[in-house]
Every structure is written in structure tokens, then in C-alpha cells.
Design a binder for this molecule. Structure first.
Ligand SMILES: [Mn+2]
Length: 381
């Protein structure tokens, strides 16, 4: 019997990197392309591992784009199940937007930790994103799963939206040893780069497909985007990562100040025939750099790039020292400092874990709402 599933994650529908409407549209195209491919490949089920939308209250356009894709899946009899990431969940609004699709029977929410037999002979358990202070509770839920599902027949998939230390030192929240052992496939979300690994002691592979398109936090660099198709028909899960072809190219270029005009022309000849105008990040290196001259030389790129940003690097006699690695406990260090300044662990945690990430994304509205809510709650005490 065939059992083929699609595993996508971090589609961030509604994201508008660099405030470019074209980039917003890219995210819809990436998602549509993934849906077209899973239909063509005849998967029976699509698992979305969270961050469906970019914000908890997405635009009407983002909501409609998702409906359109989910209807196509439903017409083909392909089920869509999902968990939620931190971008989907708000502490302020009671019903997160992705749950809408469950209410109109276009999707099934599986982030509640309950085991479901979603296909004949396939059981799925998922958990929605746990914040830092909720990870211990998640770990304890995970630790009992092997036993809870001991008698479940057929294949098993676990769906999580958390970072793993083994793949990302700074975004890590759990270790592979925190995962239950008996699952045939671990469908992960949260990390925006692609990772795949089989761990000793775990039955199936642990896979992060990565985001479907580059969010602003990923910066402008060369990236490949895609998702997994997983064949669970045989004893062992076999995975295939499918690269999307609609992805807008992003490049970072180093330019020598002395040869600036020639190098700008080289860049133009490289990018001028791309289907979509690319995003560029340019570093100009040299001595006695004249910013006005650089700006005017780079202006030629305007016709060929959707967006470009540039920076300079003065070459001086002393080798420029670069910070190669961030301190491992940078978050702890920030928390300690904030606690020292604010005089309260609770307020420091709110500032560093809740407010700062929102402000870093430019989401001052939600940051303000959370502050007000906190203030109101404290006033009642
Ligand atoms: Mn994400």
C-alpha cells in the first residue's frame, strides 16, 4: 500500500519582506507551487509544521490565498493537517486565524497533542509552538508518547514547531534525546534553513524543510527553498526534498571599490535575464571610500534588481577584527542585564522573551498591546 505525504513548514503567508508588494506575492506563489507539486505527486496528506501565517491577524489576501490552495487539495481528496508556530499564535486574541480552516472543514488542527489516525494506518501527534518557559511541559508530554502509542498500529508521525540544538546552537529549544523514539518520521518546523538527520535511537529521520520563502530575518543571501515528500510505504521512511522553482533569487556580492563600475556591470549581466528581479546585498571593499560615488555607481542596479542594499568595508592596515562567534548564552546574558536594570525577573522575562522579538520584527502594535495587557493585569492585583 502506498503512503505518500508532503511536509511543508514556515510558509509565513502575508509576509512582506522589505515592504515590497512583489515579495508578499512571492510567498503566495511559493505556497501555490508547493501545493501544485504535492497534487501532481499524488500525496495523500499534507503536514504543515507551523508558522502558516506571518502574523496572528493576517490580511484578507493571505486568508484567501490559503483558502484557494486548501480547496484545491480538498478537491483532490488530499488532507491538510497543521500545527501552529509563534507567528500564528497571539496571547491576545482567543482564536488563532489558522483554526478558521478547521471550522470550514478544509484542514485539521493537530497541534493539541492528541493522537489521530489521519489516514488508514497512519497516526499523527502534533504540538503547537511552546515558548521558552513552556518547553519543560512539552518535554514531559514527549517523554510519555512512546508508551501512550505503544499499541498504535501502522506508522507514526510527530509534528513539532521547535528549534533543536543539534541543528542550531542559538535557536535550540530541545535535543534529539527529548524526542520519543518510536516515530517513523519527525516533521519539524521553526528553523528556516533545511536540516535532515537520522539520530541513533530514533526510528525515523528528523526533518526541517525550511521556510517556503526567505523572511526578512533570513537576510539577503543565496538560499534554496522547498519542502519534503516522504514515502512511508516501506519499512523505513524515505525522504525527498523538492526545491521550488518560483523562488526569487537573492545574492550577496563583494565589490572592489577600485573596479566598481566594471563589477556592477558584471552583476547586471548575471541578473538581467532572471524571471524575477533579484534581491541584492552588496559590500563595497576598499580604501578611502566615497559614499556618494558608491551610491551613484550602484544606482545602475535599480532597473535590474527588485531591491538592493549596500554596505562598505574599509580596508585598513590593521586587519579588521570581526566577531566570529556570538557568546553561547547571549539570551541568558541579556536576561541577566535586563533583570539588573528592571529589578524584576518577571518584567525582564517579559521584555526579553516577549517584547523584544516583536519589536525586532517591527511589530510595535502587538508589543504595545502586550504591555497594556500586562499593565492592566498588574493593576488588578
Ligand atoms: Mn517561522
Amino acid at each position: 500500500m502506498t503512503m505518500l505525504i508532503g511536509h511543508i513548514s514556515d510558509s509565513h503567508l502575508g509576509a512582506i519582506p522589505y515592504n515590497k508588494p512583489e515579495r508578499e506575492n512571492d510567498f503566495y506563489e511559493s505556497f501555490s507551487e508547493a501545493i501544485e507539486i504535492v497534487i501532481r505527486e499524488r500525496v495523500q496528506l499534507v503536514v504543515h509544521a507551523g508558522d502558516v501565517f506571518d502574523v496572528p491577524k493576517p490580511s484578507g489576501t493571505a486568508l484567501v490565498k490559503l483558502v484557494d490552495s486548501l480547496k484545491k487539495l480538498k478537491e483532490k481528496g488530499i488532507k491538510f493537517v497543521f500545527t501552529m508556530g509563534e507567528h500564528d499564535i497571539s496571547r491576545l486574541y482567543s482564536i488563532p486565524s489558522p483554526l478558521l480552516y478547521q471550522h470550514v472543514d478544509l484542514a485539521t488542527y493537530i497541534g493539541d497533542g492528541k493522537a489521530r489516525e489521519v489516514l488508514d494506518g497512519l497516526t499523527i501527534v502534533g504540538f503547537h509552538k511552546r515558548r521558552k518557559d513552556e518547553v519543560d511541559e512539552l518535554k514531559s508530554r514527549l517523554s510519555s508518547l512512546d508508551q501512550e502509542l505503544y499499541s498504535a498500529k501502522g506508522k507514526k508521525i510527530l509534528v513539532l514547531h521547535q528549534g533543536m540544538y543539534e541543528f542550531h546552537k542559538f535557536a535550540g529549544e530541545i535535543n534529539s534525546s527529548d524526542l520519543p523514539k518510536s516515530f517513523d518520521y519527525y516533521a519539524m518546523g521553526h528553523l528556516h534553513d533545511r536540516f535532515e538527520k537520522r539520530f541513533e535511537g530514533l526510528k525515523g529521520p528528523v526533518c526541517y524543510p525550511g521556510s517556503l520563502d526567505a523572511t526578512a530575518s533570513e537576510g539577503i543571501r543565496e538560499l534554496r527553498k522547498g519542502f519534503y515528500i516522504v514515502d512511508l510505504s516501506k519499512q523505513e521512511a524515505s525522504t525527498q526534498w523538492i526545491e521550488l522553482s518560483s523562488t526569487r533569487k537573492q545574492y550577496s556580492f563583494d565589490i572592489e571599490y577600485e573596479k566598481m563600475d566594471a563589477m556592477v556591470n558584471d552583476i547586471i549581466s548575471k541578473i538581467k535575464d532572471l524571471a524575477k528581479k533579484p534581491m541584492l546585498d552588496i559590500v563595497v571593499k576598499g580604501k578611502e571610500l566615497d559614499s556618494a560615488k558608491i551610491a551613484s555607481s550602484l544606482r545602475k542596479l535599480e532597473d535590474h534588481a527588485l531591491y538592493y542594499q549596500w554596505n562598505t568595508k574599509e580596508t585598513v592596515s590593521d586587519a579588521t577584527k570581526e566577531l566570529v562567534e556570538r557568546p553561547g548564552d547571549i539570551e541568558q546574558e541579556m536576561l541577566r542585564m535586563a533583570e539588573g536594570i528592571l529589578g524584576s525577573k518577571e518584567v525582564a522575562t517579559l521584555a526579553i522573551n516577549e517584547i523584544l522579538p516583536l519589536l525586532a520584527e517591527g511589530n510595535s502594535k502587538e508589543a504595545t498591546d502586550i504591555l497594556w495587557k500586562y499593565f492592566e493585569e498588574r493593576r488588578k492585583i
